[in-house]
Design a protein around this ligand. Structure first.
Ligand SMILES: Cc1ncc(COP(=O)(O)O)c(C=O)c1O
Length: 426
């Protein structure tokens, strides 16, 4: 049993919420699975397939060499930083203006976020986060004593944040705007023109724009954005007034990336920060204190393989896009998709006046379907709320299930319409 501590816990940590996913698994414990009715888990944003074979083989070789057991520089293996410049040109276009000096390798994208915020914000500063948010972002800000300022998004706008509404939230204490595209939890993919508007907004107020692009490799419809280009092209006119100087991404933009999803190696902990060399020494001071260096074996294993893994990454993205289409096609008619992309679909349940939390709890307990209510991704966690419109949304991850499971989940969603006995609304 946990004894009583003779000292107090950090106030910032006490204020920080707990990761909500274990709550969903607690609900699922009540479900009695059978061979014909197994538990169906669409809650976790984890890769549903193993890493590519050549990567596993090379990981084995490099991890067992004594030469790879030492530290590497804080910024990461030079070979991987160079290789990532080429991958970024592949992802964003040949005119991508990025060099190895812009890149630091981190032990995962969560840590990239911790390091980036540590480098630019002090306790009491403000950072703007669209809601629904990726809960680790809000938790990190809270842990660091930085105030989260909520930028609401709406289903009518496809959960796409508005630069104009964001502008109204900026104060002298604002240090950054944080975006996630494709989004967790909504799946919304922010258009390049919107990201450019946010970049110009941030530049105009001399604040940073941090974009977490953990899921960028799963965009199959074009490039994620043109911000790394020396002259990014807006594809629609920007309503934000233009700063007088020409766009230079290094003044404003901090890009975060994860190797966990595209290469299916979340346990090996690799991520990346791409930011101006003027910011890198501060980022590396933070990294030196919290990780010294990122794990070395996966860096050495990935570096020479990256170009040859492009077909694997693209194949995974195409398979995921097909599964999104299947999910949309077999979802019962009264369940409405609000946004979809990357790993996630954000879906409105059909029960009038019922909180998504109660729907998810009963789905897990009675029908063995695990998914996450919108309340896990916003200020109103766990309790409260009246079952209003914004509480009707549920995140489904299509990444960690196969097509057959997607069909079975949708059959059970249909079944729950009858079993739950709640009044339904269009
Ligand atoms: C938006 C977002 N950022 C970061 C992460 C964590 O990435 P990593 O495993 O690289 O720390 C996740 C994982 O689900 C995520 O959804």
């Amino acid at each position: 049993m946990a004894g009583k501590l003779a000292f107090r816990i950090s106030r910032n940590i006490e204020r920080t919420g707990r990761p909500p996913i274990p709550q969903a698994y607690k609900w699922a414990e009540a479900y009695v699975a059978t061979p014909t009715r197994p538990l169906l888990d669409m809650s976790q944003g984890v890769p549903g397939i193993p890493p590519p074979r050549p990567l596993l083989e090379r990981l084995g070789v490099v991890a067992s060499s004594p030469a790879t057991c030492g530290y590497v520089p804080n910024a990461g293996e030079p070979l991987l930083r160079e290789a990532m410049v080429k991958e970024m040109k592949h992802a964003y276009g040949e005119d991508t203006d990025v060099t190895p000096d812009d890149i630091a390798i981190t032990a995962g994208c969560n840590l990239a976020f911790v390091a980036a915020v540590t480098a630019i914000a002090d306790p009491g500063d403000e950072v703007i986060l669209p809601v629904p948010w990726y809960f680790n972002h809000e938790m990190t800000l809270s842990m660091l004593g930085v105030t989260t300022v909520v930028l609401k998004t709406s289903p009518e706008e496809g959960f796409i944040p508005s630069p104009e509404r964001c502008a109204a939230l900026i104060t002298p204490k604002t240090r950054a705007i944080v975006l996630v595209s494709p989004n967790n939890p909504t799946g919304a993919i922010y258009p390049p023109s919107l990201l450019l508007s946010f970049a110009k907004l941030a530049r105009g107020y001399n604040i940073a724009l941090i974009i977490d692009e953990t899921y960028r490799d799963f965009i199959t419809t074009g490039v994620p954005h043109h911000l790394f280009s020396p002259s990014p092209r807006p594809s629609s006119p920007s309503p934000i007034s233009e700063p007088s100087e020409p766009w230079s991404w290094r003044s404003t933009f901090i890009h975060l990336y994860s190797f966990s999803k595209a290469y299916c190696i979340p346990g090996h902990r690799l991520g990346l920060i791409c930011a101006s060399p003027a910011l890198q020494p501060s980022i590396q001071t933070a990294l030196d204190n919290i990780q010294i260096c990122a794990p070395r074996a996966p860096q050495l294993a990935l570096a020479p393989l990256l170009p040859s893994l492009r077909p694997f990454v693209r194949g995974t993205a195409d398979a995921l896009a097909a599964r999104h289409a299947l999910f949309r096609a077999v979802l019962p008619p009264r369940w409405r998709v609000g946004a979809q992309g990357g790993y996630y679909a954000f879906v409105r349940h059909p029960f009038a006046g019922v909180r998504a939390q109660d729907v998810c709890r009963r789905l897990a307990q009675e029908l063995g379907v695990v998914c996450l209510p919108a309340g896990f991704f916003g200020p109103r966690m766990e309790e409260g709320g009246e079952g209003g419109e914004e509480e009707r949304w549920i995140r489904f991850s299509v990444a960690n299930v196969d097509d057959e499971k997607v069909r079975r989940v949708c059959e059970r969603l249909k079944e729950c319409e009858r079993v739950f006995g709640w009044e339904m609304q269009g």
